[in-house]
Design a protein around this ligand. Structure first.
Ligand SMILES: [Zn+2]
Ligand SMILES: [Zn+2]
Length: 196
């Protein structure tokens, strides 16, 4: 294929991309801002551009894109990859932060597993809620003493009608945020081992 065909194809793609696509949209927005500057920009620059100035600007930008589109699109692609990677990390961070702030509740822990204190490393096996089939025959649920922090696994707790006490005399709850029995930290994590 003769060389000029490559050039023609290259320029053809350039022409298309200087009017359509992400980079062209950014140029369009920039030109719109120049023609109708918002109040901040007016204060910043102190004047509205003469029409031939933004025509010149538009022409330069489109020529620039027409000729250098592979470079501009490479930059846009790299930006896009970095951005999506960034948001992925942000999401995980956000989840961690939420988990730490909200704390751990029995209601959000399925089955049985292990809790670990992120601060002192204390860990223990714990039943959150397990049951037989049918469900009303037998069940076992986790409670925590609100005074000493000891965890209890109580069978058929409904029969006690909320009058559950720890050995220390403190009341048991399964509605409150769990805390580490050692230093009372609420920064706990739960890893489920099995569910029934
Ligand atoms: Zn701890
Ligand atoms: Zn207790």
């Amino acid at each position: 294929m003769p060389f000029y065909i490559y050039i023609a194809v290259y320029l053809f793609i350039g022409i298309i991309l200087s009017f359509f696509g992400k980079a062209a949209r950014e140029i369009n927005n920039e030109i719109k801002d120049l023609k109708h500057p918002d109040i901040d920009r007016l204060i910043d620059e102190g004047h509205i551009y003469a029409p031939h100035k933004y025509f010149l600007f538009e022409f330069t930008m489109r020529m620039f894109l027409l000729i250098l589109w592979p470079f501009l699109y490479t930059i846009l692609l790299i930006d896009f990859i970095n951005e999506s990677r960034g948001t992925e990390d942000d999401k995980i961070l956000e989840e961690c932060r939420y988990e730490r702030e909200a704390g751990l509740f029995f209601s959000s822990m399925g089955g049985a597993g292990e809790i670990t204190c992120r601060e002192c490393g204390y860990h223990q096996h714990l039943v959150s809620f397990i049951h037989s089939f049918p469900i009303d025959k037998w069940n076992q649920s986790g409670y925590q003493c609100q005074r000493c922090g000891l965890f209890h696994e109580i069978e058929n707790a409904h029969q006690y009608k909320g009058k559950l006490k720890c050995y220390c005399g403190g009341s048991l709850s399964r509605d409150k945020v769990l805390f580490c029995p050692v230093y009372k930290s609420k920064n706990l994590k739960y890893e489920m081992e099995y569910v029934t």
